[in-house]
Design a protein. Structure first.
Length: 254
């Protein structure tokens, strides 16, 4: 049995991706993408619809085959990566569509997030759930309510809370602001900032470039399957090309 990976120190690399390539049949969706995420850091990938952002997260999570080099917690990941093994190792995805069980209660959806930890012998789901409820008080109020009856913002909080039940080292967030009202978006990104302070590494894929660059430490611009720009988020937010395409009038034309 493989020994558990050591907990990375502050600033240590959690994820390193080099020359990642993903194809859908004969069409290559990602072309040589390279990026990294460190412990306690938020890295964001911004770009228009169809750029390959969700494909990137799916490949990292083992949902799609990929070519290239992926190092997670310093260990090379093979071409055939098992989702369950990655979850047990602390990589968790919050998908764009949230994928909740609408006919189950909020509490039961959260418990499903701890399934792999419990199967591995951990019995800390009650403690972890208490921490989730501290972070998302609205979920505590609705713990007996069916997930399908929640508002859009509450469903996003539940999806994030379910991911936190796995006690992740790397959290992959796919379009967390999608379909939410501006006030709710602000609340979601406030929570993302708080998660960073716990030491979790976060890779945030987001079309709302303004909100993403405000919360992130480092950013990558993905266009047509390629990283066209990268750098500290503040520098990207001040780049005239980013302002024109994503933060200014150009955003309205997309």
């Amino acid at each position: 049995m493989r020994a558990p990976a050591p907990e990375p120190g502050d600033g240590a690399s959690v994820l390193e991706v080099k020359d990642l390539r993903v194809a859908h049949g004969r069409v290559e969706a990602l072309h040589g993408v390279s990026l990294s995420v460190r412990r306690g850091e938020i890295a964001t990938v911004i770009g228009p619809n169809g750029a390959g952002k969700t494909t990137l997260l799916s490949a990292l999570m083992g949902l799609l085959p990929a070519e290239g080099e992926i190092l997670y917690l310093g260990r090379p990941q093979g071409r055939r990566r098992e989702v369950e093994a990655l979850v047990r190792a602390g990589m968790t995805l919050v998908p764009e569509r949230r994928e909740l069980f609408a006919g189950m209660s909020v509490e039961d959806n959260l418990l499903l997030g701890a399934y792999d930890r419990r199967r591995a012998g951990h019995r800390d789901e009650a403690e972890t759930m208490a921490g989730v409820f501290d972070r998302f008080p609205r979920l505590l109020e609705r713990r007996r309510q069916l997930a399908g009856t929640l508002s859009g913002g509450e469903r996003q909080m539940l999806a994030m809370g379910r991911a936190l039940m796995a006690r992740p080292r790397l959290l992959l967030l796919d379009e967390p602001s999608l379909g939410l009202a501006p006030l709710v978006i602000g609340e979601v990104f406030r929570i993302v900032r708080e998660l960073k302070r716990t030491g979790v590494a976060i890779l945030l894929v987001e079309q709302n470039a303004r909100a993403a660059l405000e919360v992130a430490d480092f950013g990558y611009v993905l266009e047509l399957g390629e990283v066209t720009l990268s750098g500290p988020s503040g520098a990207l937010a001040a780049d005239p090309r980013i302002i024109e395409a994503y933060l200014g009038l150009g955003l309205r034309r997309r």
